[in-house]
Design a protein around this ligand. Structure first.
Ligand SMILES: *Cc1c(COP(=O)(O)O)cnc(C)c1O
Length: 445
């Protein structure tokens, strides 16, 4: 079984490989890495996964991440041996991914303009730290443990630090979190404090915090758990796995994500590539990435809004100079990413190349929505009795826009991912106190 998993550079011209226990987030030429598996996983595991929904006392069956452990077995363990599982796999008592599955939401369906039966939303906010980040953090911290890391490090718009802090506290390892000062929701910041993480405030935005954390991690042998860590991507594959399982592996037409650093987009793309290659799904769902208007790097480049060229994966030869020119143009003009949805207020999406690969494989699309559209999206999810944060509101808002543009068709089956729970308590209060807002329900005086 040894060496059935390894790391490989995503650039086909480079293709450098590393053993699975390497502590690198990029190849020596600075390219992103993939976790690769030599063995194809048999389709009949679908029945095993389904059976584990009756966990029979095992937290690794209860966990919505580790229930699918054969499909992310980078530790190369005997997945049926529960003792081995508990030695290697990091889990918050089985709670990561446990509550997440797709739901029909009739008011959201009416808002976007689809039949309720065609539209699903999957709330990832019901993870233990309140966002989808727990899916990938369980697997990243598993790898951190495999390589005996003593400290994990991340930059964060809030939810990554909450998740990293939670797992670090539970595993008894240190955690440093770099946050853009004054730009993260109080509910997220307070979690990082609560879990005992060391907070480092960075003057600037998330992009600045990320470069500083990567630099410091190198110098202090910290283990980086941002989504450029390929093991984060492995755990986040279980988000589409759960959606697909509930749809009996009959792929929807669309999977829709808010887009920030594009870790989710990348992991969904990788999940679909592997499942398709292994014959688990017959159809390739299309990925739609929804950027905020004020932080629209992917959408701008993909749709040719910068210098007229539509940026594509191009068989592993994307025009990286175009991306660099876009970034220097932003710097030159002093444009900083700006949206009230701070979770996706990111100008330099670290996973942009993996994101392009995902869009290429799935014939995906990228678009933008405004802050007020996201707030409406967030609010209509609330009216179905589900709770999500503003960035997650990009999913319903994006579906609505793509239907209006007839990119998503009226009879398409759509799964939207709701990335996180509401942690900015005043946002809904302010929204509902302004009668001009579409779903406002102001208090009676
Ligand atoms: C991190 C985060 C995002 C952005 O996800 P990426 O994988 O970085 O694109 C979106 N919404 C919420 C709530 C988040 O916490």
């Amino acid at each position: 079984m040894q060496d059935s998993a390894y790391l490989k550079c995503i650039d086909p011209k480079c293709g450098l490989e590393y053993p699975i226990n390497s502590v690198v987030v990029e190849c020596e030429k600075g390219h992103l890495l993939d976790v690769k598996y030599k063995n194809k996983q048999p389709v009949n595991l679908k029945e095993t996964f389904l059976k584990r929904r009756n966990p029979e006392g095992s937290i690794f069956n209860e966990s919505g991440v580790w229930r699918f452990r054969e499909l992310l077995n980078f530790c190369q363990i005997d997945t049926e041996d529960l003792e081995e599982c508990s030695k290697y796999l990091v889990s918050l008592d089985g709670s990561e991914g446990r509550q997440s599955k797709p739901y029909h939401m009739s008011k959201a369906a009416e808002f976007v303009g689809l039949n309720s039966g065609n539209l699903w939303f999957q709330p990832e906010g019901y993870n233990p730290s309140g966002s989808f980040k727990d899916n990938g953090m369980a697997s990243a911290v598993t790898h951190a443990k495999l390589v005996n890391a003593k400290k994990i490090v991340c930059a964060s718009t809030g939810n990554t630090s909450a998740s990293a802090g939670m797992f670090a506290a539970n595993e008894g390892i240190e955690c440093d979190v770099y946050i853009p000062k004054g730009q993260i929701a109080p509910g997220k910041l307070s979690q990082a404090y609560q879990f005992g993480a060391q907070i480092i405030e960075v003057e600037g935005n998330f992009d600045d915090a990320l470069s500083q954390s990567l630099e410091d991690a190198k110098n202090s042998s910290g283990y980086t758990v941002n989504s450029i860590n390929p093991f984060r991507i492995e755990g986040q594959k279980t988000i589409p796995f759960r959606a697909l399982e509930y749809l009996e592996w009959d792929a929807p037409d669309w999977i829709v994500y808010p887009g920030g650093a594009l870790g989710n987009t990348s992991s969904c793309g990788k999940a679909i590539m592997e499942l398709y290659e292994w014959g688990w799904i017959k159809k390739i769902p299309r990925i739609a990435v929804i950027n905020a208007e004020g932080a629209s790097t992917l959408s701008d480049l993909y749709n040719g809004k910068f210098n007229g060229e539509e940026l594509r994966w191009n068989n592993g030869n994307p025009n990286v100079e175009l991306i660099e020119e876009y970034y220097s143009d932003l710097d030159k003009k002093g444009i900083r990413p700006k949206t009230k949805a701070t979770a996706i207020q990111i100008g330099r999406p670290a996973n942009i190349l993996k994101g392009l690969r995902a869009l290429d494989f799935t014939d995906g699309v990228a678009t933008t929505v405004s802050d007020s559209e996201m707030l409406d999206g967030m609010s209509v999810i609330g009216l179905n009795g589900f709770d999500c944060e503003m960035a997650s509101g990009a999913s319903p808002a994006g579906v609505k826009k793509l239907i209006k543009e007839e990119i998503i068709k009226k009879d398409d089956i759509v799964v939207g991912i709701l990335t996180g729970r509401q942690k900015d308590a005043m946002l809904p209060v302010d929204y509902h106190n302004n009668p001009q807002n579409r779903f406002a329900n102001p208090p009676k005086k």
